[in-house]
Design a protein around this ligand. Structure first.
Ligand SMILES: Nc1ncnc2c1ncn2[C@@H]1O[C@H](COP(=O)(O)OP(=O)(O)OP(=O)(O)O)[C@@H](O)[C@H]1O
Length: 605
C-alpha cells in the first residue's frame, strides 16, 4: 500500500480516520476509565484559565490595597490567594488522575490489542504466514501497535484539553484584542506543518526498513538462543553474524540521524517564529499597561495567558502531528486485522460416503511465489483400516502431500475428498478432530512433559491418566519416569529448572502425542522415528499398527524396515507418484523402490 502524502490536505485528514476506531477501542476496553479520562480532561482544560483569572484578581486587589490599605481589601487578597491555591491543588489532582487513568488503560489496551492480533493469527492460513509481506505486517502490528491506540487516545484527549484551555484563554484574551489571539495561532502554525511532514517521513522510513529490522531481530535470536548458540560457537559464526547485525544498525542509524537532525533543526527555526509572535504580544501588553490602558493585574493575567496559551497551541499542534503518526501506525494494525481469512470455512461434519476414506483426484499444487509444481497429478485412495507409506527422495513432495491432506494448503488443481466430499466443504473443527498429524518439525513446547503429550488432544490436555497411557504406547514412559519431576518436569531452557531432552526422546514425546488422538481416524506420521534407536522403532511400530487397525494410517519414512509393512506404498519423485503397490509387488517391479530397498539392505549386511 502506498502511503498518503501528508502535504496533501485531503490525505492528511484521511489518515485521521483511525482516531475514531482508537476511541471505540478504548471505550470497549474500559468504559469507567474512558469516562474518568474524559471528565478529568475537561477539568484539567478549564482550570488554567481559572487560575490565570484569579491571578489577575489577586494582583488588582493587592494594588488597590497598596493604594488605600484597609483590612477588608487585605481580606479579599487572602481569600483570592486561598482560591488560587485550591485551584492549583485541583489541577495537580486532575493531572495525577489523568496520568493514573492513562497508565491503567495502557496496560489493558496493550493486552487487548495483543489478544486481537493473536486471535486473528489463529484464523489465517499457513500460506499467509509464509508470505514475507504479510509477516512484515504482523511483526509491525505486534511491535508497535499495542502502544499506539492509547497514544492516539491520550493525544486526542490532550488535544481536547488544550482546546478547552485555549477557548477559555481566548475569552480572556479577546477582551484585550482579537489580533493578539490570531497572532498566537499563526505563530505556531509553521511548527505544525513541519511536524506533520516529518512524522509522515518517519513512518515511511519505519515501513521501508521493516525487512532490515526483521533481519536484525532474527540475528539477535540466532546469536543468543540456546538452540542455535552451540552451532554458532562451534562454527565460529559469531563475528560474521554480529558484523551483519552491526552493519544493519549502522545503515538504519544513519537514516535516523538524518531525519532526527532535520526534524529538530526545522522545529527550532520554525519555533522561533512562535517565540517572536509571543514577544511581540508581550511588548504590546507592556506598552498598553505603561500607557495606563491596562491594570497591573490585567497585565499579569495577559502575560500568563499568552505564555500558557502559546504552549497550549503548540502542544495541540504537536499532538495533532503525533496523532497523524499514530494513525499511520494504526492503519498498519487494521490492515493486518482486516486480512481476509483465506479459506471459506465449510460446515460439513459428515461425508456422503462414510467409510470411503481419503481420495486424491488428479491433485496438483504449487507453492505461492514458486515456479514449479511441488505436486503434479496425484491420484490416491486410502480406506479406513489401511496403511499407506510414502517414500521418496528429499524434496519429492511427501510433506507437501500431507499439508494438502490436512487442508493447510488448497490444491492448485484437482480435488481431495474425505468420505466422498471435498475437504473444502468440511468444517475445520470436524476435520481437525478426524486427523492427527505429527510433522517432522513437530513443536517442542517449552511446557511440562505431560502437557507436551496432552497437546495431541486438546480436550484431554491436562488428563494425566491419558498422558501416561499414551506415553506407554509412544515408548516415552520409561525415560519420563527417570526425570526429576516425572510428567510435571518442565521442558526446554526458557524457564527455571527446564530440562532438555535428546532428539530421540523428543520424538518419543511427539509419538506419544499422536497416540493421544484416539478420536482421529486418519493418523499421519511424517518421519517420526528418524532419531530413534532400532529397538524403540520396532516396538513403536508394532503398537502403532495395532492402534491404527481400524484407522487410516499414513507414514512417511526413509527407513524401509518400517515402510515394508504398509498395505500400500507409493514412491514419489519430483512431485509425482512413480510407483505404487505393496512391498512384494514393488520389489518384483524392480524399479526405484527395489533399488532403494536393496541399497539400504546392503548397508545393514
Ligand atoms: N513452504 C514452502 N514454500 C515453497 N516451497 C516449498 C515449501 N515447502 C516445500 N517446498 C518445496 O516443495 C518441494 C517438496 O517439498 P516437501 O517438503 O514436500 O518434500 P519432502 O518429500 O517432504 O522432503 P524431505 O524428505 O526432505 O522431508 C521441495 O522442492 C521444496 O523446496
Amino acid at each position: 500500500m502506498s502511503q498518503p502524502d501528508p502535504s496533501s490536505p485531503r490525505n492528511f485528514l484521511g489518515v485521521f480516520s483511525y482516531s475514531k476506531r482508537a476511541l471505540i477501542l478504548v471505550w470497549e476496553t474500559s468504559r469507567t476509565l474512558a469516562i474518568v479520562l474524559g471528565a478529568l480532561t475537561l477539568v484539567a482544560g478549564l482550570l488554567p484559565a481559572g487560575i490565570a483569572y484569579v491571578g489577575q484578581l489577586i494582583v488588582d486587589a493587592v494594588v488597590s490595597a497598596m493604594e488605600a490599605p484597609s483590612p477588608k481589601d487585605l481580606g479579599t487578597v487572602y481569600t483570592w490567594v486561598g482560591v488560587e491555591a485550591g485551584l492549583v491543588v485541583a489541577l495537580a489532582a486532575a493531572q495525577r488522575g489523568l496520568a493514573a487513568a492513562q497508565s491503567l488503560l495502557r496496560a489493558m489496551l496493550g493486552q487487548r490489542v495483543n489478544e486481537m492480533i493473536l486471535d486473528k493469527a489463529q484464523t489465517l492460513s499457513l500460506t499467509q504466514f509464509e508470505d514475507s509481506e504479510f509477516y512484515d505486517k504482523l511483526t509491525r502490528a505486534r511491535r508497535e501497535a499495542s502502544q499506539r491506540p492509547l497514544a492516539l487516545v491520550i493525544k486526542t484527549f490532550g488535544l481536547i484539553q488544550n482546546a478547552i484551555s485555549i477557548a477559555s484563554f481566548s475569552v480572556l484574551l479577546f477582551q484585550f484584542s482579537a489580533w493578539a489571539l490570531l497572532l498566537l495561532i499563526i505563530g505556531a502554525l509553521p511548527v505544525f506543518v513541519s511536524e506533520a511532514k516529518f512524522s509522515g517521513e518517519a513512518f515511511r522510513l519505519f515501513r521501508w526498513r521493516s525487512p532490515d529490522t526483521r533481519m536484525q531481530m532474527y540475528l539477535e535470536t540466532v546469536l543468543a538462543r540456546e538452540d542455535s548458540i552451540k552451532e554458532v560457537q562451534l562454527f565460529g559464526l559469531g563475528p560474521t553474524l554480529l558484523g551483519r547485525y552491526k552493519a544493519i544498525f549502522k545503515k538504519l542509524f544513519a537514516e535516523d540521524r538524518r531525519l532526527t537532525l532535520r526534524r529538530e533543526g526545522w522545529g527550532f527555526v520554525l519555533g522561533l517564529l512562535g517565540s517572536m509572535a509571543f514577544y511581540f504580544a508581550y511588548g504590546w501588553v507592556v506598552f498598553e499597561t505603561a500607557a495606563g490602558t491596562l491594570t497591573l493585574g490585567q497585565m499579569t493575567m495577559y502575560l500568563l495567558v499568552f505564555k500558557q496559551g502559546q504552549s497550549a497551541v503548540s502542544a495541540m499542534l504537536t499532538a495533532i502531528s503525533g496523532m497523524y503518526e499514530d494513525n499511520l501506525y494504526l492503519s498498519n494494525l487494521y490492515e493486518y486485522l482486516e486480512q481476509p481469512v483465506a479459506m471459506e470455512p465449510g460446515v460439513r461434519t459428515q461425508g456422503d460416503l462414510p467409510g470411503d476414506g481419503i481420495r486424491f483426484e488428479n491433485v496438483s499444487f504449487r507453492y505461492p511465489g514458486t515456479e514449479r509444481d511441488a505436486l503434479s497429478h496425484i491420484d490416491l485412495h486410502l480406506k479406513p483400516g489401511q496403511s499407506l507409506a510414502i517414500v521418496g527422495e528429499n524434496g519429492s513432495g511427501k510433506t507437501t502431500l500431507i499439508k494438502l491432506m490436512t487442508r493447510l494448503y488448497r490444491p492448485s488443481a484437482g480435488r481431495i475428498l474425505l468420505d466422498g466430499n471435498d475437504l473444502m466443504e468440511w468444517s475445520v473443527e470436524a476435520l481437525r478432530t478426524r486427523i492427527g498429524v505429527i510433522f517432522q518439525d513437530f513443536v517442542r513446547y517449552q511446557l511440562q512433559v505431560g502437557e507436551n503429550i496432552g497437546a495431541g488432544d486438546v480436550s484431554s490436555f491436562n488428563d494425566e491418566a491419558r498422558w501416561k497411557a499414551s506415553a506407554e504406547q509412544g515408548e516415552a514412559a520409561k525415560f519420563i519416569g527417570d526425570l526429576s519431576r516425572g510428567y510435571h518436569t518442565q521442558l526446554g531452557r526458557w524457564f527455571k529448572d527446564g530440562q532438555e531432552l535428546s532428539g530421540g526422546q523428543w520424538q518419543k514425546i511427539a509419538l506419544s502425542r499422536a497416540f493421544m488422538r484416539e478420536g482421529a481416524d486418519l493418523l499421519v506420521l511424517d518421519e517420526p522415528t528418524a532419531a530413534m534407536d532400532a529397538q524403540a522403532e520396532a516396538d513403536i511400530f508394532e503398537r502403532f499398527r495395532d492402534y491404527a487397525r481400524d484407522k487410516m494410517a499414513i507414514l512417511i519414512s526413509h527407513r524401509f524396515s518400517t515402510v515394508r509393512h504398509a498395505h500400500q506404498i507409493v514412491v514419489m519423485n519430483q512431485g509425482q507418484i512413480i510407483e505404487r503397490g505393496d512391498h512384494a509387488k514393488l520389489l518384483a517391479l524392480d524399479g526405484r523402490y527395489a533399488h532403494l530397498f536393496n541399497l539400504q539392505a546392503k548397508g545393514y549386511r
